[in-house]
Design a protein around this ligand. Sequence first.
Ligand SMILES: CCCCCCCC/C=C\CCCCCCCC(=O)N[C@@H](CC(N)=O)C(=O)O
Ligand SMILES: [Zn+2]
Ligand SMILES: [Zn+2]
Length: 478
Amino acid sequence: KGLRDTEHQRASPIPSQFSQEERVTMKESLKGAIQIPTVSFSPGEFNTTALAEFGEYIHKVFPTVFRTSFIQHEVVGEYSHLFTVQGSDPSLQPYMLLAHIDVVPAPDQGWEVPPFSGLERDGFIYGRGTLDNKNSVMAILQALELLLIRNYIPRRSFFIALGHDEEVSGAHGAQKISALLQARGVQLAFIVDEGSFILDGFIPSLKKPFAMVSVSEKGSLDLMLEVNKTPGHSSAPPKETSIGILAAAVSRLEQTPMPNMFGSGPLKMTLQQLANEFSFPANVIFNNLWLFWPLVSRLMEREDITNALVRTTTAVTMFNAGIKVNVIPPVAQATVNFRIHPAQTVQEVLKLAKDIVVDDRVQFHVLESFEPLPVSPSDDQALGYQLIRQTIQSVFPEINIVAPGICIAQTDSRHYTNLTTGIYRFNPLYLQPQDFRGIHGINERISVQAYETQVKFIFEFIQNADTEQRPVSHLHEL
Ligand SMILES: CCCCCCCC/C=C\CCCCCCCC(=O)N[C@@H](CC(N)=O)C(=O)O
Ligand SMILES: [Zn+2]
Ligand SMILES: [Zn+2]
């Protein structure tokens, strides 16, 4: 029997305690990552210099990961990274940790510190990517680095996939990694990606934070509406121009929300698990959704974020028209970004949009679409879900509710549905509504303490995934 087998018999896990020096190193490494502006501008248009620099940077700050014999590193699609960590027990099905290294653009305006400075202020590291999603990229590699330094040898194999174009579709990164793994015949026990948090203050009458593990994610439809008219002199205009017709069409779309789908999809499970956390009379209402669902579904519509949970949302995001002040515009175009509720399909939403516009002068062009993702299991037998739950219980003992939910945005995990039925989106961080506004917004930041806790979570998670038995569920009273 080799060293590995001896290692397996280790009775106790490696404690997730880090020295002062390690804690300083880990936060400085995150700051360095934020300083590399790995911006994705549009599909196929990235800051390639920064992406290449990022590849060199992770070699520099995680040397043990790169020199360990049982870890294979591959660059995929030029800038994405795939790590294969070979476990010692081939009978255990592997899993995968996902994160992305690209970020959305961040003009300086409105930021308290420049968005790519990675400056620390009052215990927070500021910068684009501190929550979405360099925190995960760095925390995953950091946790692995620290485990390796402590001579950890995993039993269960796992992959780490770091995409470089998640913010603009994932076609060059995640899609290619997924194709590569499929070609190798890999099937995964589960995937953990970004997409949800420990939510604090998102539901007004819910006093305590709870962990939401997203088991599905919304789909999307990018629809371009176009109106063409014969151009001419503005001194003798037609009754309606292409701009007027198009403006009326998008206004009808904005004014006519897609149907409220409350009751279908994972939201019901989320609320049922939360029911006892509300004070009277909300607890009675949430415990009797069969009776109160019309009231609850209307309440959910009040706030933008909870509204996004109950329906397909409609966002008019681009409008282009007109060439000169005295020319009747020949063409007007608007782009609408629909985020599709898991209980609907792309075709259903397209039909609904056409039925709302009802104007045959408006042409519809589907630019891109993606169906909502299937709902991953969250029952007692769902290994990935139960490992997340178990690790939350250990790292955040103050959290007594872990509930399945839905991710309102899209993640790279959508490209991996052929590899597993268990896709879980969860970042082990507290998130308040003001933090949420920082994601793709201004003053995105993470506290040094929260980042350390994220590293600790992954450090424990990797070890928990090696446990012989399935973790015991319902450790908390739900
Ligand atoms: C009943 C409980 C209330 C639940 C409130 C939900 C609060 C929202 C929490 C987390 C959502 C944060 C999502 C972060 C992931 C962002 C991923 C992203 O930006 N994706 C892009 C990628 C793309 N280009 O497709 C996107 O546009 O979706
Ligand atoms: Zn992201
Ligand atoms: Zn993002």
